[in-house]
Write a protein that binds this ligand. Sequence first.
Ligand code: GUN
Length: 312
Amino acid sequence: MSSSQSAFLKPSGHGALAIDGKAVSTHVIEQVAAGAVKLAAKSVKPGLAVVLVGEDPASQVYVRSKGKAAEQCGFLSVQHTLPAMTSEADLIALVEKLNADPAIHGILVQLPLPAHINSTLVLETISPAKDVDGFHPVNAGLLAIGNMERALVPCTPAGSMILLREAAAALGRKLAGLDAVVVGRSNIVGKPMAQLLLAENCTVTIAHSRTADLAAAVGRADIVVAAVGRPEMVKGAWIKPGALVIDVGINRVPGEGFDAQGRPRTRLVGDVEYAAAAGRAAAITPVPGGVGPMTIAMLMQNTLTAATRAAG
Ligand code: GUN
């Protein structure tokens, strides 16, 4: 089957098809907005509260994008910005207030939190039903036992799974039975990604920094998900010809020359050596424009899901 069957896969220029995460995320946001319109008939408007502690510039950018997407979806969008010296007790009190607020269906506390605050404690205070990040142990547990009806699934793995299904469908393949390797074992991406692949009946390996022969583990895989946060660590030459490659990494590295203000240029690269991998894979996500936009789209999806469940 040809790539023309999906509007979301484009030639990468290296052989593989590039999976257009930006286009898929736009589609997801449109669907979520349509879902919010339906919910309005029941007089429910999904509400998302995003809590930012401190002034980390990257976090400020993320939080602004989340608020903008929530407005695009027709949600109530609330942002709480607290000073960096906010106490753990005050942050927990805010989360408890949001837990009790019927207008709020989703709560996201932007990470990282300042060092004096116990992040685990804060994340465990969020009501599991409003935990749109899917980081609460109750949601991690529901995912682990395969109860997707009740779980809220972490956004980046959920978005990666949609891209993978889109690529497989466009190539006329089934995911069931394929060998998948997830490189990285974080609670936010690696572990939930492995659970989702398992739920799709893939045979799943989780590789990590202590894996004895990473090249061999990647080389066996029909599906590679790279989520290690190390620039171009997964080499193109390791990729099995025809594999599907999902690159979760977003790493800023030195670029060439200087910008208009005389500052050294930088560029974004993934965890996969893109051009070389795209010379062997059947489909691959670019960086930027692959998994990144999907994370925010899935946050909107989770907020709609939480609001729908709350509405009965
Ligand atoms: N910081 C970077 N990514 C994320 C995310 O997905 N959720 C939260 N809460 N914080 C983040």
